[in-house]
Ligand binder design. Structure first.
Ligand code: DGL
Length: 263
């Protein structure tokens, strides 16, 4: 049993909420601090070195300020780049990562045609290539790096209109036909994308399994975060922090819907 320190959930924007909502279900007794590095959003287009430095420095500040029990890095673009650096720099802090769900996709596919929909950063990572080589060498894996989908997901979840044609243009390369076989699994390798899953289903040229790893990440977090003996957590937990310092009204309202006060 422990003293009920909060769990910190980190992303470049509001995509990590797709992981937070699952973590909440499995860790109802815990408070959460949600950190969106919106001043750096989107991470997908950053060069690797400056992004690495930014995240390690920011994480150092956050750990000092909030002393979390564990950190869920709810961002593929960040974790595939700096997961190892974070663990090396901050010994003793459990980091739960988010990486493209290539292994489960390779285990589940029937056609052997799998697509990975991600940011351009995640698609470029050596980490992602290694996952394919280690777990999906028997499959035909198409990596689809989308420049615009994370922004579109943010707009959509805030209630702004996003044109179907624009979304379709981003997901269309995921659909591959080869030797009479078709893609049957698309890995959602950016935590923003599950917000658009219903739109993807409606627009898809044929039905596929859209793999969202959020629940698996939450389960891993539950394994690493001891059940707290506090019945309830302090008021000041369950808050959202934006590195820009000025989230707009629709963002604050969205966070409220997730039970998070914006500070
Ligand atoms: N949510 C982030 C991820 O899982 C990426 C969004 C961005 O480009 O910053 O990769």
């Amino acid at each position: 049993m422990s003293d009920g320190r909060p769990v910190l959930v980190f992303d470049s924007g509001i995509g990590g909420l797709t992981v937070l909502r699952e973590a909440r279900v499995l860790m109802p007794e815990r408070g959460f601090i949600y950190v969106a590095d919106d001043a750096g959003f989107p991470y997908g287009g950053w060069d690797e070195e400056p992004l690495k430095q930014r995240i390690v420095t920011l994480m150092g500040d956050l750990l000092e300020r909030y002393r979390p029990e564990a950190v869920i890095v709810a961002c593929n673009t960040a974790f595939t780049l700096v997961g190892a650096d974070l663990r090396a720099a901050f010994h003793g802090v459990p980091f739960i990562g988010t990486v493209p769900a290539i292994k489960p996709a390779a285990e589940r596919t029937r056609s052997g045609l799998v697509s990975v929909l991600a940011t351009p950063g995640t698609v470029r990572r050596a980490y992602t290539r290694d996952l394919i080589q280690s777990f999906a060498s028997q499959c035909h894996v198409r990596l689809v790096g989308s420049e615009n989908l994370a922004r579109m997901a943010e707009a959509y979840i805030r209630g702004d209109a996003v044109a179907d044609a624009d979304i379709l243009a981003e997901i269309a390369p995921c659909f591959v036909e080869k030797d009479g076989l078709k893609t049957d699994i698309v890995v959602l390798a950016c935590t923003h994308y599950p917000f658009l899953a219903n739109v993807f289903r409606r627009l898809a040229p044929w039905p596929v399994d859209w793999l969202d790893p959020a629940e698996a990440i939450a389960r891993q977090a539950r394994r690493l975060v001891p059940a707290s003996d506090m019945e309830d957590h302090p008021e000041e937990f369950d808050r959202a922090v934006f590195t820009s310092g000025r989230p707009d009204f629709s963002t604050r309202r969205l966070m409220q819907g997730f039970g998070m006060r914006t500070v």
